[in-house]
Design a protein around this ligand. Structure first.
Ligand code: PLP
Length: 342
């Protein structure tokens, strides 16, 4: 099954490295690689950049002057969109869920620096009235003679997910050149596009392996099985891919959301700290921290067999970490109390 890739912009530093984590692998008894999609750029970083290469190319084809998108106040996707728009000379308008904070930090500070405009909406209104909010905004820009292009949350639609079809091919190509046989690919799932793209890549390649897994960081498994199938269906409509969506197995590792979206929990924070100390790799509490913690738990529970090769997609998110310093208060206190070793 072939797919004609739509045109893309060049925004990401690709290919990103595929790095072996030796100490961690030895400790876990599996061979663990990190696909460093946190390195797609310095501030324009993370998984969203791959999606934006395709979404913004389409916006430019449609002669858009303004890009509208939506997300939480600390959305990585909104930050990546704001910076990519600045780079492409486009205006950016962000519809954000929540109240404006007294001062911006983390991703929001970068949105501000990139010159994005903001509309904040309380959680309830954001969740129930987003389509009208978007339509209103698009019409407002039209009245000013500007064409506005809307990118849905996380750029998790058919066009955005093509970024991860291509990432799948990149991973397989790198692994084959290095003589590595990857058994499993694991990623965080927030809006579904990354997982859908990887899965589409595997289906197009007609491969049995690697098995693709998503760890949801919000909602639950049935929600994302449905959402991923919806994106694959949209790909069928747009790119004639002919996926038999109802029969596609969507593997979601549920159970690691904790108290809720963007709310961290102590075991997850411990996993983030341990990885940083062991491998010098930094995760975030909202996405990669939960996904990686889930992966560790699943390895311990025997889901992945000893000696298997697992590729964890590091989807970025470091600016979300900077916005959650409170979560590290105990660790900081412990360290201040630690006596210097003689
Ligand atoms: C750092 C990071 N990792 C993973 C994800 C999840 O990707 P997706 O929205 O494609 O499921 C997101 C965004 O939601 C993200 O910002």
């Amino acid at each position: 099954m072939l797919m004609n890739f739509p045109k893309r912009l060049r925004l990401a530093q690709l290919p990103t490295p595929l790095e072996y984590a030796e100490r961690l692998s030895n400790a876990l008894g599996v061979r663990l690689y990190f696909k460093r999609d946190d390195l797609t750029g310095s501030v324009l970083s993370g998984n969203k950049v791959r999606k934006l290469e395709f979404a913004l190319a389409e916006a430019l084809r449609e002669k858009a002057q303004v890009i509208i998108t939506a997300g939480g106040v600390q959305s990585n996707h909104c930050r990546a969109t704001a910076l990519a728009c600045a780079r492409m000379g486009l205006e950016c308008h962000l519809i954000l869920r929540g109240a404006p904070p007294r001062l911006p930090n983390g991703n929001l500070l970068l949105d501000l620096l990139a010159g994005a405009r903001f509309s904040f909406f309380p959680r309830e209104i954001y969740s129930t009235r987003r389509p009208e909010i978007v339509t209103d905004l698009v019409e407002r820009y039209a009245r000013d003679g500007k064409h506005a292009y809307f990118i849905p949350v996380g750029a998790s639609n058919a066009i955005g997910s093509v970024g991860y079809v291509q990432a799948f091919q990149e991973i397989i190509g790198q692994a084959e050149r290095a003589g590595i046989k990857i058994d499993h690919i694991v990623t965080a799932v927030g809006s579904g596009g990354t997982l859908a793209g990887l899965l589409a890549g595997k289906l197009l390649a007609k491969r049995r392996r690697p098995e693709i897994w998503g760890v949801n960081v919000c909602d639950d498994a049935p929600t994302f099985v449905q959402e991923v199938r919806r994106i694959l269906e949209e790909m069928n409509d747009r790119f004639r891919t002919r996926f038999r969506t109802e029969q596609v197995a969507v593997n979601i590792l549920d159970g690691y959301v904790g108290p809720g979206y963007a709310l961290a929990y102590p075991e997850e924070i411990d996993s983030i700290i341990n990885l940083a100390r062991l491998e010098g790799l930094v995760l975030d509490p909202v996405y990669t921290g939960k996904a990686f913690h889930g992966l560790l738990r699943e390895i311990a529970a025997g889901r992945f067999r000893k000696g298997e090769t697992i590729c964890f997609v590091h989807t970025g998110g470091v600016f979300g970490l900077m916005a959650q310093v409170e979560e590290f208060r105990d660790y900081w206190r412990e360290n201040l109390g630690r006596k210097a070793k003689r």
